[in-house]
Design a protein around this ligand. Structure first.
Ligand SMILES: Nc1ncnc2c1ncn2[C@@H]1O[C@H](COP(=O)(O)OP(=O)(O)OP(=O)(O)O)[C@@H](O)[C@H]1O
Ligand SMILES: [Mg+2]
Length: 315
């Protein structure tokens, strides 16, 4: 749905994006990741024409974005970033209503949308009349995401939207984004340099370096087969293994057997969580329970070493 074709962009004589060809599928959660200065934000901003390429073509739903009226294009794309904050003299409700106001939605529809988004993002209704400076950083970022979603855009562009948040709030917002993505089926393009965030959220991971795409694929494929020394280093030599575990679910590796002692693992946990369970309980086998808390098997420490989940395992 978004396609870059041989796109170049330089600032002065410094190339920021070099001969970039990239497809971002409709409905996918795409995450751009890479070192600082690798061209991620520039790539994102070219999608809604905050930055114009020097050469090359960008298509959105099959159309050259230069042929679409700028305002119409921007209305189809929500944009949330860390550094450009909320309008300081507008309340939370007014900030969220920015695009609905532009689109001249009727008052009742706008109000209903504000309520709906605040609930979706876990913002208490009594925050509605507050000003940005009366909110915590995490609340401000949620309002920023709500504002980006308000006009019901086809695409959500986000540049480090959860930066500068504590790990707990950040984790909660990441879960929220994943849920919103599954619920609304929107195309999302997110820039981050937090590797674990990228692995948690991405269907489609794009690793950039020096203005170029180094590798693209699912998190699992990228971690299982880093295509270069740079990719291997980027995903962290020593942590690559545990990161791989974080992409695998207990349910897919558990055995359907036996009565095992110990504090059970929920089958929705990752193998990384299971590793932690083995360590803290000092056991090599733990019982597994399903979402209703019913025993449904066990996980052995050695299961962490298996390459393939249960279905693919030889009998
Ligand atoms: N408006 C600008 N004027 C001049 N140079 C720019 C401008 N915007 C970006 N650059 C340069 O282009 C390169 C790519 O920048 P970009 O912001 O896309 O990187 P990034 O991958 O988002 O980095 P970070 O992770 O630090 O945000 C950098 O070298 C940067 O200094
Ligand atoms: Mg950036």
């Amino acid at each position: 749905m978004i396609e870059f074709m041989q796109v170049n962009k330089a600032f002065g004589d410094h190339p920021a994006v070099k001969n970039l060809s990239l497809r971002l599928e409709e409905g996918a959660f795409s995450v751009l990741i890479g070192t600082s200065g690798s061209g991620k934000s520039t790539t994102l901003k070219m999608i809604n024409r905050l930055v114009e390429p020097d050469s090359g073509i960008i298509h959105f739903s099959g159309q050259d974005i230069r042929e679409l009226p700028l305002l119409a294009l921007r209305r189809r794309m929500g944009y949330a970033i860390q550094s450009i904050g909320l309008f300081p003299h507008w309340t939370v409700a007014q900030n969220i209503a920015t695009v609905p106001q532009l689109l001249k939605w009727p008052k009742a529809k706008t109000n209903a949308r504000i309520d709906e988004l605040m609930a979706l993002l876990g913002l208490e209704p009594d925050l509605r009349a507050r000003y940005p400076h009366q909110l915590s950083g995490g609340q401000q970022q949620r309002v920023g995401v709500a504002r980006a979603l308000a006009g019901d855009p086809e695409v959500l562009l986000m540049d480090e939207p959860f930066g500068a948040l504590d790990p707990v709030t950040r984790g909660a917002l990441q879960q929220e984004m994943r849920r919103i993505h599954q619920l609304l089926g929107r195309t999302i393009v997110l820039v981050t340099h937090d590797i674990d965030e990228a692995l948690r959220l991405a269907d489609n991971l794009i690793l950039m370096d020096g203005g170029e795409v180094v590798q693209q694929g699912t998190p699992l494929s990228m971690l299982s087969a880093p295509g270069s020394e740079f990719a291997r280093r980027f995903f962290g030599h020593s942590e690559l293994g545990v990161r791989l575990l974080s992409l695998r679910r207990v349910a897919d590796y558990a055995r359907p057997d036996e009565n095992v002692q110990g504090e059970p693992l929920a089958d929705t946990l990752s193998l990384r969580d299971a590793l932690s369970g083995f360590m803290t309980q000092r056991r090599t086998v733990l019982p597994v329970v399903d979402s209703q808390g019913r025993p449904c098997g066990s996980l052995h420490f050695s299961d962490l070493l298996r390459e393939e989940p249960n279905d693919a395992r030889a009998p």
